[in-house]
Design a protein around this ligand. Structure first.
Ligand code: FAD
Length: 458
């Protein structure tokens, strides 16, 4: 491929190896993941995407769509990396409670656009994560206990297929592809736009409570009691934090879809714990969701491992919230349940486990990366049978495959579709659809299904 070829094919920006800006353009969100791509293209419009796919078909090249690289696996050697930031359309239809968005829109942007209409989207904790990318993988939202996976609310996709043809995919027009794109990832087409249901949120309440880490025992006891009675409108996450050079903290973050008084009553158990160092509870604007957990908005050397948890008993609390979590910087437990556990008609399975656990570390060097991963592995092994057999697709990390998210029949169904819809493998997702990887799949203990793909980077 020469720069002249690609630059005559698309109108958008192109970066090739050695050119100024190439290294930034190809960067993943987690800076530890290497992306040895052949080129980066920022498509200008749908015609550009069509032209790029036809070019890839003609030249036997592969295209990897990656709006943010926030779940980059490193599986990008030699691909043309497609960035979608120019697809920034957001149209809200308040009467139908539908958002029509382009493939470059982030959750922060969508929430800000929906807010004036008293509406909310099924957003997770990060304002930076791409709406289409996370919804293709199911999408675990703050409001999933009430409304289920984000993918359950998709009404239509606009796509470019592996032949470069445009189509609108709905439950009527193409039921099999519509099923696959709602939670089965994005390895079958390029999505250029999406229509997604929004939810009423006239009174959103939320905030963060924080104490010194020595109150962890009391806070976790109150947390376990509160989550036993939590209605689907309430989401509560507990996190032990240990940032370098700072005092240890135990934090609670909560959102409630309803009145402040009701929320205060539901969270009353925390009021009895003395000396909080912060309490930001109050009416919450949806566009401030990211601030609840102080989400980073720039790429960094983070390494997170997430798993589902079948129970948060005394021993699990002991393992997760031990006196020192070092070298990790955060150990977070999120309450799931409610509508997360209800089946929906997309490819992603229901998430039956009542909690997820997220182990955050920073990799400032290959050696610290190893130490962080070893600690994460040790904690997961310690939790043993409490770790769910599978995990949400959006929690996959380098070294894992779709086998960690789906059961055998679902992988077979996705693989059949991949073979028919993308027979020449024009597209390559971070976590591609591969039947062969499936055979080693099932696990009850924690590490035996990994790694199905080699991890790239450090
Ligand atoms: C800080 C942080 C917080 C997070 N919080 C949550 C959370 O609360 N809940 C949750 O469920 N997940 C969460 N995630 C995980 C996140 O949802 C996944 O990483 C998701 O895949 C991100 O989508 P992306 O497009 O931004 O990522 P990318 O890595 O850019 O893309 C991911 C994959 O999506 C597919 N894709 C993206 N766009 C398209 C498209 N237009 N057409 C076809 N395929 C496409 C591709 O197959 C690509 O491999 C978080 C991640 C981070 C980094």
């Amino acid at each position: 491929m020469t720069k002249y070829e690609l630059r005559t094919v698309v109108e958008g920006r192109v970066w090739l190896p050695g050119e100024r800006g190439f290294d930034v353009a190809r960067q993943a969100w987690h800076l530890t993941v290497e992306q040895p791509v052949a080129a980066v293209v920022e498509a200008r419009d749908v015609e550009d995407v069509v032209a790029l796919v036809r070019y890839a078909r003609r030249t036997s090249s592969t295209v990897a769509v990656q709006p943010t690289g926030s779940c980059a696996s490193g599986n990008t050697a030699g691909v043309i990396l497609l960035r979608t930031s120019r697809f920034d359309e957001i149209r809200i239809d308040p009467a139908r409670r539908i958002a029509r968005i382009g493939a470059g829109v982030s959750w922060g942007q969508l929430l800000a656009a929906a807010e004036p209409h008293g509406l909310i989207g099924p957003a997770g904790n990060s304002p930076v994560v791409n709406v289409v990318g996370s919804t293709l993988g199911g999408g675990m939202s703050w409001f999933g206990r009430k409304y289920g996976l984000a993918s359950a609310g998709v009404r239509a996709f606009d796509v470019v297929d592996a032949e470069g043809a445009r189509a609108r995919v709905t439950s009527d027009s193409d039921p099999e592809l519509f099923w696959a794109l709602r939670g089965g990832g994005g390895d079958l087409v390029i999505v250029t736009g999406m229509e997604l249901e929004l939810y009423p949120a006239p009174n959103l309440y939320g905030g963060q409570l924080m104490w010194s880490a020595d109150r962890t025992g009391e806070v976790l006891a109150a947390y376990r009691e509160i989550v036993r009675h939590a209605p689907p409108e309430l989401s509560v996450w507990a996190e032990r934090r240990q940032l370098p050079g700072a005092e240890g903290r135990i934090a609670i973050a909560a959102t409630y879809l309803g009145d402040a008084d009701e929320a205060r009553a539901l969270l009353r158990g925390f009021d009895a714990i003395d000396a909080p160092v912060a309490d930001t509870r109050g009416p919450l604007t949806p566009s401030n969701l990211g601030a609840l957990t102080s989400e980073p908005v720039d790429p960094g050397p983070g390494i997170t491992r997430s798993e589902l948890l079948t129970e948060l008993d005394d021993e699990a609390v002991e393992i997760l919230f031990a006196e020192s979590i070092s070298p990790l910087i955060g150990v977070q437990v999120r309450l799931l349940g409610g509508a997360f556990a209800e089946p929906h008609s997309g490819a992603h399975p229901a998430v039956a486990e009542p909690f997820s656990v997220h182990l955050h570390g920073l990799a400032t060097s290959p050696a610290t990366a190893r130490t962080v991963r070893d600690t994460q592995r040790r904690i997961v092994v310690g939790l043993g049978g409490r770790i769910g057999a599978r995990k949400p697709f959006t929690s996959l990390i380098p070294g894992e495959s779709i086998a960690a998210a789906f059961d055998g029949p679902t992988v077979d169904r996705l693989s059949d579709l991949k073979r028919i819809r993308d027979p020449y493998t024009v597209f390559r997702a971070n976590f591609p659809i591969h039947r062969a990887e499936m055979r080693a799949v099932f696990r009850r203990d924690c590490d035996c299904h990994r790694p199905a793909m080699p991890p790239w980077g450090w």
